[in-house]
Structure formats: C-alpha cells, structure tokens
Design a protein around this ligand. Structure first.
Ligand code: FE2
Length: 282
C-alpha cells in the first residue's frame, strides 16, 4: 500500500482550537508563543509564528476542532484525495484561511476531523520568535485498535512504535508517522476520548531551556518532564495553555526510513520518560 510517507508526505501545519474564552487563548499564543494575530469577521483568529499556526474560534467548550496537515503540492493533494476515496473514506472539500483551494477534511470513526491541504500565500516560515515548529498531535481514545486501523489502513499513516501492557498484551499507545519524522500523530488508550497534547519541535536542548525559562517568568510550571521519551527518543517537557490544553516542547525527535518496522515497548515509566517519573494515562 502507498503510505503518506512514501507517496504524499504530510506535516502537521496548524491546529484549529475551540475556546469558551478565546481572548485569553489569543493572549497566551501571542505572548507566550511569539505569534501574530489576524482576526476574521466570524469571530475566529489565526495566530502565526515561526513554523507554527493555530486558529482559535469561539466555542461552547475548549478543545481541538481539527488538526491540519500540509502536503507538498496540489498534485499530492489530488493524489491523496484520490487514494482516500478509493479506500472508501468520505472526503469533504473545505475553505480555510490558511490553505489553498482544494483542501479537504476527513473524519475518523470517532468524529475527529483531520484536514489536508497546501499552505496559501499568507504562510511564512520566517516570522520572528523562539524556535518551535508545530510537529505532532496526540489523542486519548477508548477505541485504540479501531483508530490505529483507520489511520493506517484508510489514511496511510505508518506505525513507528507500539507500547504494550506486558501483563494483558494489550496495545496501550501507538505512534504514527506521515513523513520521515518518528511521529506526527499518536493515540493513547484512555477512559475518555480527549485531546491529549500537541508538540513544538525545537532545534536543540538549549531551546528547551529557553522555553522553560520563558514559562518560569510567567509562573507557568512544568507538569511533566523535563525528560526523554523512549519511543521517538525526544527530549521534552509539558505545560498548559490558558484553556489548560497541554503543550509539549521537544528536541532530537528520531527520524525514520520508510521500511523501518514498528518497534515494541513495554508500558512503563521508563518507556514514557527514561529520565524519571511518567504521566501514565488511565
Ligand atoms: Fe508528544
């Protein structure tokens, strides 16, 4: 089967968040994440920083409305759409303030929306600010096997690593890639279906230090990390935004080749944070 990695490599490009208090969220992403705000008449705002974009819309509750992946060209956009339709996936054309015409969205069996498209002319990678490219998004799910099946066999993601419960043999976490980076998407088994976190990939460990200092200045404390994940081998820490959505800052994320077989890890604190204590989802 053609995969995203081999045929239409895709990178996480922007997140569309809903918020009950959008102004607080806009303030957070402007001031903490070095992003510039553009407002639209429908009440939504697009915030852009270096290699990172978020869209924030007023909503009844906070959370993620959609995750958008960028394709390399309109030809790849057409190719992926064709492949999804061939695999029986319903595709909806959308308009987005961030993407060219022809971008489209799909929904997974639990209703999560994923957008694919090509960046429009407003997108600039050279905006000023601290380094941190929007890189991956993670969810908790009550239906882990079904989600992995959909994202692998229908959408074309590739499994990079599985984390298994040693006693029950149950899959607990699955890390999925859409290009050469170890993961751009992951799912944790959980008792709820909620947005777990999203991540910004920095250039090096010193950037992690600088982000930590920035949050410290505002008395926003780290709730997980610093440490190093087993799967992906990346350095990390996590904080929350104004809506208490979880953000991760990372460095040294592993690169893969297309033929790399899935790895297997035991569900343990060492797997999720080889430096120390881990946040085990339940
Ligand atoms: Fe992560």
């Amino acid at each position: 089967m053609n995969t995203l990695q081999t045929t239409t490599p895709a990178r996480l490009m922007y997140l569309h968040m809903g918020s009950k208090e959008p102004q607080k969220q806009i303030d957070f992403y402007q001031h903490m994440m070095d992003m510039q705000c553009e407002r639209f008449t429908d009440g939504s705002a697009v915030l852009r920083g270096p290699n990172r974009v978020v869209q924030i819309s007023p909503a009844d509750k906070h959370g993620l409305l959609a995750a958008a992946f960028q394709l390399g060209s309109k030809a790849q956009q057409a190719e992926l759409r064709h492949q999804l339709e061939e695999r029986g996936c319903s595709v909806q054309e959308i308009t987005s303030p961030i993407l060219e015409q022809g971008s489209f969205s799909i929904r997974d069996p639990q209703g999560r929306e994923t957008i694919f498209g090509v960046a429009n002319n407003h997108h600039r990678a050279d905006l000023p600010g601290m380094p941190g490219r929007l890189q991956h998004v993670v969810f908790q799910t009550t239906e882990l096997e079904d989600m992995v099946d959909f994202y692998v066999n229908t959408v074309g993601f590739t499994i990079s690593d599985n984390v298994m419960d040693q006693e029950t043999g149950k899959l607990m976490v699955c890390f999925l890639r859409s290009d050469d980076e170890h993961h751009s998407l992951a799912f944790f088994r959980g008792s709820k279906n909620e947005w777990d976190h999203h991540c910004y990939e920095t250039n090096e460990w010193n950037d992690i230090r600088d982000w930590g200092d920035r949050f410290a200045k505002e008395r926003i404390s780290i709730f997980f990390g610093p440490g190093r994940h087993g799967p992906g081998n990346n350095l990390f820490f996590m904080v929350v935004d104004a809506d208490r959505n979880r953000l991760e800052f990372s460095a040294e994320l592993e690169m893969t080749t297309a033929d790399q077989a899935p790895g297997n890890w035991p569900q343990s604190e060492y797997t999720l944070n080889s430096w120390g204590r881990a946040w085990i989802r339940s």
